[in-house]
Design a binder for this molecule. Structure first.
Ligand code: PGA
Length: 331
């Protein structure tokens, strides 16, 4: 798919496919007319096109998780899951949210990108009221059905009421720490979509699964649960997030990510439809930062990112959003 996409790169304009190039005979006719008229040059002006395997727009989401600043974030991960010793601890506060929002409001973001941030529930309203409308708001989770007597849960209806457009579902922290299973996550996705809340559907393998050669099996199984529940893929973005790369600083190589993205697109083609395979964004998540985003973005099947730790720093998040420029090639 990647090589097919390379050869098709010149058919992309901005982030969407444009109409097919003129056929040989039409181009030939133009050329003949122009030489008859002795026009000075037949060269087209140089322009930027985006080499993407799919037809969707580049997409970058910031997942703020249960933290309000960068140091909290790594405290949570390292302390609770013993990946690294705790070095710094600061409390996340409304002040740190305000600073992050102010930095995002000051950032210059490329136009050709859908940008989303996902604050902790309790801050969604304040973020919604103060953040530029250029950036949409996502929740990090939602209840599986209509709201009711479910202590501690937040319903899709409530999320929509406070202005959320998106929800992240199937994140590995909910799968492996909270214990949500594939079917439950699939049902959540179906319910959110039925209420017009768009879904960032996460999949990804654990380290031992990768080492056992089961990466595709695990991802396809998780894809199947989504596909069994989803009938309309228009409002779905898939986030491939290898568990071993999340919050660890150990990012997948561009080739590792590209390989899985191609496989997932191919799975969609065979199991859903070629149209859905082409139009559904497949974004990568797991230790994406301002330094590694451009190399990852150059991969043709990487349609954007879901960013945790680095999304808590406004300028760095803006750099990641703007890595769409790495996809642009001259034609
Ligand atoms: P990370 O988290 O960027 O900190 O690895 C990504 C995610 O969990 O979505």
């Amino acid at each position: 798919m990647a090589s097919a996409a390379s050869s098709l790169a010149s058919q992309f304009s901005g982030l969407r496919r444009e109409a097919a190039k003129p056929s040989f005979s039409t181009a030939h006719l133009f050329h003949a007319v122009q030489s008859q008229l002795r026009l000075p040059s037949t060269r087209r002006p140089i322009r930027s096109v985006v080499a993407m395997a799919g037809t969707g727009k580049f997409f970058v989401g910031g997942n703020w998780k249960c933290a309000c600043n960068h140091d909290d974030y790594y405290f949570g991960i390292y302390n609770d899951f013993c990946l690294k010793p705790v070095q710094i601890l600061q409390n996340g506060t409304k002040d740190s949210i305000r600073k992050l929002v102010a930095d995002l409001n000051d950032s210059k973001l490329e136009n050709d990108v859908d940008v989303i941030v996902s604050p902790p529930y309790v801050y969604i309203d304040v973020v919604k009221q103060s953040l530029t409308e250029r950036i949409e708001i996502s929740a990090q989770n939602s209840w599986v059905g209509k709201g009711g007597a479910f202590t501690g849960e937040i319903s899709v209806e409530q999320l929509k009421d406070i202005g959320c457009k998106w929800v992240i579902l199937g994140h590995s922290e909910r799968r492996h720490i909270i214990g949500e299973d594939d079917q439950f996550i699939g049902k959540k996705a179906a319910y959110a979509l039925s209420q017009n809340l768009k879904v960032i559907a996460c999949i990804g393998e654990k380290l031992e699964e990768r080492e056992a050669g089961k990466t595709f099996d695990v991802c396809f199984e998780q894809m199947k649960s989504f596909a069994d529940s989803i009938s309309n893929w228009k409002d779905v973005v898939i986030a491939y997030e290898p568990v071993w790369a999340i919050g660890t600083g150990k990012v997948a190589t561009p080739e590792q990510a590209q390989e899985v993205h191609v496989a997932v697109r191919d799975w969609l083609k065979k199991n859903v439809s070629p149209e859905v395979a082409s139009s559904t964004r497949i974004i990568y998540g797991g230790s994406v930062n301002g330094g590694n985003c451009s190399e990852l973005a150059k991969q043709e099947d990487i349609d954007g990112f879901l960013v945790g730790g680095a999304s808590l720093k406004g300028p760095e998040f803006a750099t990641i959003v703007n890595s769409v420029t790495a996809k642009k090639v001259t034609a």
